[in-house]
Design a protein around this ligand. Structure first.
Ligand SMILES: O=C(O)[C@H](O)[C@@H](O)[C@H](O)[C@H](O)COP(=O)(O)O
Length: 277
């Protein structure tokens, strides 16, 4: 049963809803429109709103579409908190940091022109602030825990890690089925707590910090946004079938994206290529 008046009541927490758009450009526009609408909807019933951003091509393109939308002015950004699902362990300002790309695409404009308080932006600490990905994960977890008291939030390890009840948690997906920085076969998949330090990432850079599955699953809504034919096999696998339609015996170890599930709703936003045509 949903705890959220803004979402579909008939979906069970494990249900995944798939929406297919013609191409990556339309996908990014539609994801941006959905995100703005979701924030507006949530703001009609509660505040603050917690949104988790993602790195990656479609994720950043989506943020650029948010910045270009006239609806950006309709949101009360003073009541929005921004987080990241993962971060590449690189110094502040590095062009490959997810934070840097998100700031350039959207976040700086929200702070400068739309009333988003700078302190509501919660980047994952990197080597400019801490020595190791583990220290970054610990510092990020502590920041998340500061906001875990909001209604609907997790409350300690028994109920899940201490994190805000994210209203929307955006995730990109890699061609290997990774989400955030949770990679197939990696030990981070089994990490407890809110965040984990990652080493040996197959996608550069090798060191990263990621939300854990426990933190991801604390979200009211998880949206996986993916484009491109190279994602089709793992998207199909994560959604429970192989590309030829046969039932797949999928584990999160093989396809981490299969474990990305929200408490109220899980939405897969795909372009036609990622949906297998
Ligand atoms: O830091 C990162 O690289 C990400 O957060 C990662 O999880 C990304 O979202 C996927 O790899 C999809 O990226 P693309 O959309 O570029 O394929």
């Amino acid at each position: 049963m949903s705890d959220d008046p803004g979402t579909t009541q008939t979906l069970t927490p494990g249900a995944r809803l798939v929406v297919v758009h013609p191409d990556a450009g339309v996908l990014a526009e539609a994801a941006a429109a959905r995100l703005l609408t979701r924030i507006l909807d949530v703001q009609s019933v509660r505040s603050p709103v917690h949104v988790v951003l993602t790195g990656g091509t479609v994720g950043i393109r989506t943020l650029a579409c948010v910045a270009a939308s006239p609806l950006v002015a309709a949101v009360d950004w003073s009541g929005v908190h921004l987080w990241w699902g993962d971060e590449r362990f690189l110094p502040d300002g590095d062009p490959d940091r997810n934070e840097t790309q998100a700031r350039e695409a959207l976040v700086d404009a929200l702070v400068a022109g739309h009333g988003l308080p700078g302190e509501n932006v919660h980047p994952v600490p990197g080597p400019s602030a801490v020595g190791t990905p583990e220290e970054g994960a610990a510092a990020y977890a502590a920041e998340l825990a500061r906001f875990a008291g909001d209604p609907g939030a997790g409350g300690g390890e028994a109920a899940g890690p201490a994190v805000p009840a994210f209203d929307v948690l955006l995730l990109g997906m890699g061609p290997d089925g990774h989400v955030a920085s949770l990679f197939p076969g990696h030990e981070g998949l089994a990490a407890t707590g809110a965040a984990v330090g990652v080493h040996g990432s197959p996608k550069p850079p090798p060191e990263r910090v990621s939300l854990t599955f426990g933190a991801i699953r604390a979200a009211r809504e998880v949206w996986v946004v993916a484009a491109g034919g190279e994602k089709a096999a793992q998207a199909a696998a994560a959604l429970g079938t192989t590309t030829n339609g046969a039932p797949g015996a999928i584990t999160i170890t093989d396809v981490p994206a299969a474990g990305a599930v929200g408490r109220s709703r899980t939405l897969w936003l795909l372009d036609a290529a990622a949906a297998g045509g």
